[in-house]
Write a protein that binds this ligand. Structure first.
Ligand code: ADP
Ligand code: MG
Length: 395
């Protein structure tokens, strides 16, 4: 699907080589226990492939946001332990990232064996893409395999800097992400429907602009719908709209009209009398009364959007339709998710909260792809080249 013009791990010989495999093991943890291991499961295809090829595997990832070097609560040791259980083979743990212990244990690896380095962010140079740090990764390994789409929009030592010190190729998950998202966006089967929602219009302006050049239909929901409705002269009450962005909203609406793109806004909303899980609710068409705020798209909107989605050959969705975290305002997001599940075309979800919503509804298996990278997939929708992908060798 789509064209992928980067070198993949399958294009090179990794037998007996020390392979640095960057993963996204940034899993949620509570008291040292992993509460959702989805991200670990996603890395298994590449890891199993490398084991099968007889590579010497050196895993690395970040976890959370440690500020002062080593901190036990951010150690990757629990991830190494869980991964070892999942693989049914040992995963040795290094005491540091690229220090003496990591270097020593990396040299001791035999074919098919695994070593986990400590949290990449224990090194201060990581987020500054310090070349000294990147060079040390180059001393640990001979080949770099990037499977961390989740940080591909960042320019860090462990995902970009390292590529200057050894051959860099993509892992199977990163390849899947880029080819599905890239294919959907740049070479879509039509009609191509984009669904955009979420909290802030300001965060999504660039992706709307980019999608105006690509999509046939754009469906707007979430809080950002109220900036557009306000720009159209509709009363939005206390809804979360962004005053500063109203002129931009006007421009985008204008551009959609000029380009003859179907750019749909909600015709009804589920509203609340405060931003509170236990607030009073109502469903209204058009204007929202003073003192009330729009917290979900209404049933009529969901029906109209659902029909567009079911007719689509490609759907890309970023941003929930309402405050889906609260049951009273989840229906719109659920209806859209169900329509995506029923759509026979390619259905892709990007965005951390949107993915969480799909998982909450148990519909993930019904869609073509749920991106593992919230920020990275948004950058992708914006049409930006991701630094973590750019530095991978061309095929
Ligand atoms: P994603 O992570 O999928 O890109 P965003 O981070 O942009 O999505 O937005 C998700 C958040 O938007 C959710 O926490 C949701 O509660 C909130 N949201 C959606 N609709 C509304 C609304 N009408 N009013 C306030 N918040 C909303
Ligand atoms: Mg979010």
């Amino acid at each position: 699907m789509g064209s992928y013009n980067k070198k993949s791990v399958k294009d090179i010989d990794v037998k007996s080589k020390r392979v640095l495999l960057l993963c996204d093991f940034n899993v949620p943890m509570k008291d040292g226990v992993i509460t959702d291991e989805k991200r670990i499961l996603e890395t298994l295809p590449t890891i199993n492939y490398l084991i099968g090829q007889g590579a010497r595997i050196i895993l690395c990832s970040h976890l959370g946001r440690p500020k002062n070097g080593y901190e036990e609560e951010f150690s990757l040791a629990p991830v190494a332990k869980r991964l070892s259980e999942l693989l049914g083979r040992p995963v040795r743990m290094a005491a540091d990232v690229v220090g003496e212990d990591a270097q020593k244990k990396a040299r001791e690896l035999n074919d098919g064996e695994l070593l986990m380095l400590e949290n990449t962010r224990f090194e201060k140079g990581e987020t500054k893409n310090d070349p000294e740090l990147a060079k040390k990764y180059g001393e640990i390994a001979e080949v770099f395999v990037n499977d961390a789409f989740g940080i591909a929009h960042r320019n860090y030592a462990s995902n970009c800097g390292v590529a200057s010190y050894m051959e860099a190729v993509s892992g199977l998950l990163l390849q899947k992400e880029v080819s599905i998202l890239g294919g959907a966006l740049n070479d879509p089967q039509r009609p191509f429907v984009a669904v955009l929602g979420g909290a802030k219009v300001s965060e999504k302006i660039k992706s709307i602009k980019n999608l105006l050049d690509k999509a046939d239909v754009i469906l707007i929901g979430g809080a950002m719908a109220y900036s557009f409705l306000k720009a159209e002269g509709i009363c939005v009450g206390n809804s979360m709209y962004e005053e500063d962005w109203l002129p931009t909203a006007v421009e985008l609406l204008q551009k959609a009209r000029e380009k003859n793109i179907k750019f749909l806004l909600p015709v009804d909303s589920v509203i609340g009398d405060s931003f509170n899980e236990n607030c009073e609710t109502r469903t209204v068409r058009g204007d929202i009364p003073e003192g009330w705020m729009g917290l979900d798209i209404g049933p009529e909107t969901a029906k109209i959007y659902g029909e567009e989605i079911k007719k689509a050959a490609t759907v890309v969705w970023n941003g929930p339709m309402g405050v889906f975290e609260w049951d009273k305002f989840q229906q719109g997001t659920l209806d859209i998710a169900k329509a995506m599940a029923e759509c026979g075309g390619i259905t892709v979800v990007g965005g951390g909260d949107s993915a969480a919503a799909i998982n909450k509804f148990g519909l993930a298996s019904k869609l073509t792809h749920i991106s593992t990278g919230g920020g990275a997939s948004l950058k992708f929708l914006e049409g930006e080249e991701l630094p973590g992908v750019a530095c991978i060798a061309d095929a």
